[in-house]
Ligand binder design. Structure first.
Ligand SMILES: O=P(O)(O)OC[C@H]1O[C@H](OP(=O)(O)OP(=O)(O)O)[C@H](O)[C@@H]1O
Ligand SMILES: NC(=O)CC[C@H](N)C(=O)O
Ligand SMILES: [Mg+2]
Length: 502
């Protein structure tokens, strides 16, 4: 997942963009970038691999001048982790457009060919986001005259909707003109916008999650609808328009399970409350299917598993104890790029408090089991700490199919539940019993927050993709992005970009 933000302000926006990216850090830890546009129509870019706090030093911040800009935190799902693929990307013509993308295009190969053969555009990296930017630029090209109207911008977004498939939540800046945000016609990835009043006037922010607005004093206006675009002119004037023909809101359910921060509200559902309901439903299921259980204590797997575990313990009338302490200086393990790094990191990140385990039957609770990296290690740690029985519960159903919409789960073979029954996964993680949430309950737990949500992208659980995804694409993805492929030395792409402040 990646995090995106765009601001049109009345005063310099560098600090606000930085602060917003810090609030979105949980969506991508590999690279970060900001581009701003100053009064003279000059762009200033700083991007690199690393966390927000490491990428931007004081001198970079000083160079990021201007009242409007966009920012990005990256978790790659296409191409490589090379710094040349850090975002925002830039294209010179027309106007000078920069772009940050959250999601993944499923027809990137065809689009790349089309861009070359038909549009005579060169793509220099393996990133699908560079393709998306060039499609947007191409769709913006035929406008007559120098003056760009909101209508022109929205027509270009409609053009993008016609050509691109997959997931794309986007912020883009059109040099000297304004900031654009849009969401794909299925609304798979979240985008919200909000405003704040300042003595100098009204400022507008577009971002992946509401948490970025809250902490910066912006009032949430609303989510973008699927297919909708928002265009904020440099003067601050805001325009919105539906640019898709048949939009159907189908948000990714994994945002609610794991990705988003609990203090965000996405498509009118409080993520925290959705996770609480997941815990209640999971608790009910265990009581239903295992009424004579012998669980002594519920222990969460920090961080994301906590909310679920608290409510589950409450529902089951059991003790809740923090048995694993998380090292606050280690980031999220699931979104790390390689398996070796992920495995090592679980042990560095979580340490058991022995007395919470000794002689007890413990129920460990997590939001999800994906590759099984966390659960395998954690079950082992619980046993090493003296637990009698180690049970495991997951707030999400078995993850069995690749994700093609912006979560880096490209290879079915790397998913611990792929081709395995729950019983077999239980053996693979060496637990004494494993309980998964039912999909119906997961969907119900989220939908309760907003009954107008008619469908979700649940493809990682069902293998049913909500947009057209060919078997060829799936096998291409698996070959290109499995862990082994990612370990091969990366091609060093040249950064054919704006001057990047070093
Ligand atoms: O089965 P796996 O492949 O290990 O993936 C699932 C685990 O990864 C995530 O935790 P992560 O450490 O990324 O972040 P968190 O601190 O937000 O829980 C998630 O919360 C699970 O604990
Ligand atoms: N996780 C994402 O949203 C990734 C965005 C884009 N596909 C990239 O790889 O950079
Ligand atoms: Mg976790």
């Amino acid at each position: 997942m990646c995090g995106i933000v765009g601001i049109v302000g009345c005063t310099p926006v560098n600090q606000a963009l930085y602060d917003a990216l810090l609030m979105l850090q949980h969506r991508g830890q590999d690279a970060a970038g900001i581009v701003t546009c100053d009064m003279d129509g000059h762009l200033h870019l700083r991007k690199d691999n690393g966390l927000v706090r490491d990428v931007f030093h004081e001198q970079h911040m000083r160079n990021l001048t201007g009242h409007m800009g966009i920012g990005h935190v990256r978790y790659p799902t296409a191409g490589s982790s090379s710094s040349a693929e850090a975002q925002p990307f830039y294209v010179n013509s027309p106007y000078g457009i920069t772009l940050g993308h959250n999601g993944n295009l499923t027809n990137a190969t065809d689009l790349k060919r089309e861009l070359f053969l038909q549009d005579r555009r060169h793509i220099n990296t393996e990133s699908d986001s560079e393709i998306l930017l060039n499609i947007l630029a191409q769709e913006m090209s035929p406008q007559d005259g120098l003056y760009l109207t909101p209508e022109d911008v929205f027509n270009a977004v409609s053009g993008v909707h016609h050509r691109c498939q997959g997931a794309y939540a986007v912020v883009a800046m059109i040099t000297g003109h304004g900031v654009l945000g849009f969401r794909d016609p299925l609304g798979i990835r979240p985008v919200i916008f909000g405003q704040r009043e300042t003595p100098e006037g009204t400022e507008t922010m577009v971002a992946s999650e509401s948490v970025a607005l809250d902490t910066l004093g912006f009032e949430l206006v609303r989510d973008l609808a699927p297919g909708e675009a928002i265009y904020i002119e440099a003067s601050g004037r805001v325009h919105t328009r539906q640019c898709a023909e048949n939009p159907v809101l189908s948000p990714c359910i994994f945002e609610y399970v794991y990705f988003s921060r609990p203090d965000s509200v996405i498509d009118d559902v409080f993520v925290h409350r959705a996770r609480m309901r997941m815990g209640t439903r999971l608790g009910k299921k265990i009581l239903r299917e295992w009424p004579d259980h012998d669980i002594d204590v519920i222990i969460p797997i920090p961080d994301t598993g906590r909310t679920v575990a608290i409510e589950m313990a409450h529902e089951m009338n059991l003790k809740y104890r923090e048995g694993f302490i998380k090292n606050r200086y280690i980031g999220r393990t699931f979104i790390m790029p390689g398996q070796t790094q992920r495995r090592r990191s679980v042990r560095q990140k979580l340490n058991a408090i022995g007395l919470e385990f000794k002689g007890k039957n413990v129920m460990l609770v997590d939001d999800s089991i994906v590759r099984g990296t966390t659960s395998r290690e954690i079950v082992m740690m619980a046993r090493e700490s003296g637990a009698k029985k180690v049970y495991f519960a997951s707030a999400a159903p078995p993850v069995r199919y690749p994700n093609v919409y912006g979560i880096d789960m490209p290879a079915a073979s790397e998913l611990i539940a792929h081709g395995r029954s729950a019983e077999e996964v239980c053996q693979a993680i060496a637990a004494d019993r494993l309980i998964y949430q039912d999909l119906e309950d997961l969907v119900g737990a989220v939908r309760k927050g907003n009954p107008r949500l008619e469908q979700f992208d649940c493809s990682v659980f069902t293998g049913e993709y909500i947009s057209q995804v060919t078997p060829d694409y799936l096998s291409h993805l698996e070959q290109r992005r499995n862990d082994l492929a990612k370990n091969r030395p990366e091609r060093a792409y040249a950064n054919l970009d704006l001057f990047n402040n070093a």
